[in-house]
Design a protein around this ligand. Structure first.
Ligand code: PLP
Length: 473
């Protein structure tokens, strides 16, 4: 086209107002609102003008509307979207950790719809306490005298350290100065809380005697901060093997008693059930720390507890109750959805139905035969669509900073493609993204972490994506 033709074509483009009256645009307005649709039509016209200047022909109105629609979809689609976890990591922090039980979702939905008794005492008809919800249950389940719920466990650790040891010395084994992930490093949190870190022992071996020496050294050094707390931290996502030693919590508690020093246990994942019956090593349980006499115990709500994001502190009332009025407690307070969800999740433990009802535990407890059956069903469905997948042995992990190095035997469905990384990328792009794993240059799916109600979507996504990718020959 010459310059004159281009000018003519450009003048033939409809105006935004004209487009807004088109039926297609009306649908966009209904879906996205008038403002965003107007903006999208303007964008569509702008880029069409560019195309015309580069020689493109005058587009149909439908094509302009389609362009605006694509723009709106890109711009207004939520970035936080449900995702199918076929990667076989049960508590996958990047994928939102614990999927919630039905009862938990119902409870959260119920309080989200209207007003609630968040801080209202129905019996007295007056102000109540947000902190009460879930806390009585936590005491009952863990045997603790008192409990406090905050935003997440990082907050719980920060609050406990600030409240119990600000300006004072805190003893911790060098082997426990861990980074948990997401930049959460124990020495940094300690500094933030205003407590003074006193390292004891060595990276691989710390003995009770090291703690005794540190307490005495602080006692006789006029410049040293007095030791006000002994902190034990779960190693979380790493494991020391070989020549290693650490005193038990009970030994630390005895030592603390002898010297009048409280003991704080940051359990991280915070199991309320024993992991050993499922072929895993025994993950330290909250009840055990409470029974061993820890002054305060901190753990997450969305790791092995299997509930919403939350941080829990349980332990002695004399130490926990003052934390409830600490200024940080206000800054870290959980919202009504969290508290309603946590309460509902905890009820599963009280009713002795956690393994059946809480997804994280159902996944841990899933028998291999059941996983095999699901993998076979997927294989069969895909076969009917002309896709030949193989079933192989594999391993699922628990994740969430618990049980480092531990795996659960599983059955994987391996998909036959020449470029597994391309398939993995295509699976992530669909309307319901799927996160899979690449192993031995094959793309594999682990049924353990796929919720039963997600299966149909998963298989449809695979069929769609594979119909557009070259197969392995
Ligand atoms: C995961 C973890 C935390 C942080 O808990 P969040 O709930 O993620 O804030 C703290 N300490 C330990 C030992 C952990 O494993």
């Amino acid at each position: 086209m010459n310059t004159q033709d281009i000018q003519v074509t450009l003048r033939q483009l409809p105006s935004v107002d004209r487009l807004l009256n088109d039926d297609g645009a009306r649908e966009l307005i209904a879906a996205y609102g008038r403002g965003p649709t107007t903006e999208a039509l303007r964008q569509a016209l702008d880029s069409t003008r560019e195309d015309v200047r580069e020689g493109a022909a005058l587009p149909e109105v439908d094509a302009l509307i389609e362009r605006a629609s694509a723009y709106l979809e890109r711009r207004l689609a939520p970035t936080l979207r449900p995702t199918i976890n076929a990667a076989g990591v049960i508590i996958h922090t990047n994928l939102g950790r614990a999927p919630l039980s039905r009862a938990t979702r119902v409870a959260m939905d119920a309080v989200s719809r209207g007003y609630s008794t968040l801080e209202y005492d129905l019996d007295a008809g007056q102000r109540g306490h947000r902190t009460l919800h879930a806390e009585r249950l936590l005491c009952e389940l863990t045997g603790a005298e008192s409990a406090l719920v905050v935003n997440n466990n990082a907050g719980a650790v920060l609050l406990a350290l600030s409240g119990l040891a600000q300006g004072h010395g805190v003893l911790i084994s060098r082997g426990q100065l861990v980074e948990i992930g997401g930049g959460f490093r124990i020495p940094d949190v300690m500094a933030q809380s205003g407590a003074h870190l006193i390292e004891v022992g060595t990276t691989n071996r710390t003995h009770l005697q090291d703690y005794v020496k540190a307490i005495k050294a602080a006692l006789y050094d006029p410049d040293a901060a007095a030791v006000e707390l002994i902190l034990r931290v779960h190693h979380s996502n790493y494991r020391i093997v070989g020549f290693a030693a650490e005193p038990t919590l009970a030994e630390l508690v005895d030592l603390g008693r002898e010297h009048g020093v409280p003991v704080m246990d940051d359990l991280g994942s915070g199991a309320l059930l024993d992991t050993a019956p499922f072929g895993l090593v025994h993950e330290p349980m909250v009840q055990e720390s409470v029974a061993a006499g820890a002054t305060v115990v901190c753990f997450s709500g969305d790791k092995l507890l299997g509930g919403p994001q939350a941080g829990v502190i349980v332990g002695k009332a004399a130490h926990i109750d003052p934390l409830k009025s600490h200024p940080l407690a206000r800054a870290l307070r959980p919202d009504k959805l969290c508290l309603a969800g946590l309460q509902a999740t905890l009820l599963h433990y009280l009713r002795d139905e956690a393994i059946e009802q809480i997804p994280v535990w159902r996944m841990i407890a899933a028998p291999l035969a059941e996983i095999e059956t699901r993998a076979r069903r997927w294989q069969e469905t895909l076969y009917q669509e002309g896709i030949e997948a193989e079933i192989t042995d594999g391993a699922s992990t628990v994740g969430g900073g618990s049980l480092p190095g531990e795996t659960l035997p599983t059955r994987l469905l391996a998909l036959p493609v020449a470029h597994p990384d391309r398939l993995a990328a295509a699976l992530r792009e669909g309307p319901q993204p799927v996160v899979a794993r690449i192993e031995d240059e094959r793309l594999v799916l682990d049924p353990r972490t796929v919720l039963p109600e997600e299966e149909d979507n998963l298989l449809k996504t695979i069929e769609n994506v594979l119909s557009q990718l070259p197969r392995k020959t």
